[in-house]
Design a binder for this molecule. Sequence first.
Ligand code: RP5
Length: 195
Amino acid sequence: MTVPEIQSLVDDLAAEAARDRPTEETPEVGIVMGSDSDLDTMYGAHEALAELGFAEVTDYDDPPEARFTFETYVVSAHRTPDLMYAYATTARERGLDVVIAGAGGKSADLPNMTASLAYPLPVIGVPVQEKSVDSVIGMPTGAPLTAVDAGKSFNAALSAVQILAREHDDLEERLVAYHEDLQSEVGRVSRALHE
Ligand code: RP5
């Protein structure tokens, strides 16, 4: 992205934060990651959200019909710090309820910086690689970040929906149904082993 393109995204985020948008049109979940090289790992979050009936918003002028939605941004703490700052500081005003933030490398600063800037919005960190775990989970006392294990973006999305389910009974029902399906699958494999 060129510097003017980044500035235009920063301006869009600020304009959206200032807009009085009906809650239904704002994604509940924001997914950010430090590089497009994180996309494969972070795709697990897309899969989990799709499984639970969420749709991705790619065009705000033509939002999907699904009741629950998410959005995805590549936002680097080191290469595009202004964009990271804009995304995190406008997240709550824009109407997001929870952010999933993934980054890799030994300086995986995006999840913890996002958590500090978006506070008190909950942020769930995903270390994209094993070597990123300490960097993601190493937050000082008083500056919380919930995190999953390396690469487990699928679980990060389930945790995000668990947070949302406290306010949305239909999401709680979908989570329970998902868990029941998991149990049936384990039971089916277990029976197959004994046949
Ligand atoms: C981090 O550095 C990103 O989150 C990514 O996991 C890692 C490497 O990024 P690239 O050099 O592949 O863009 O900031």
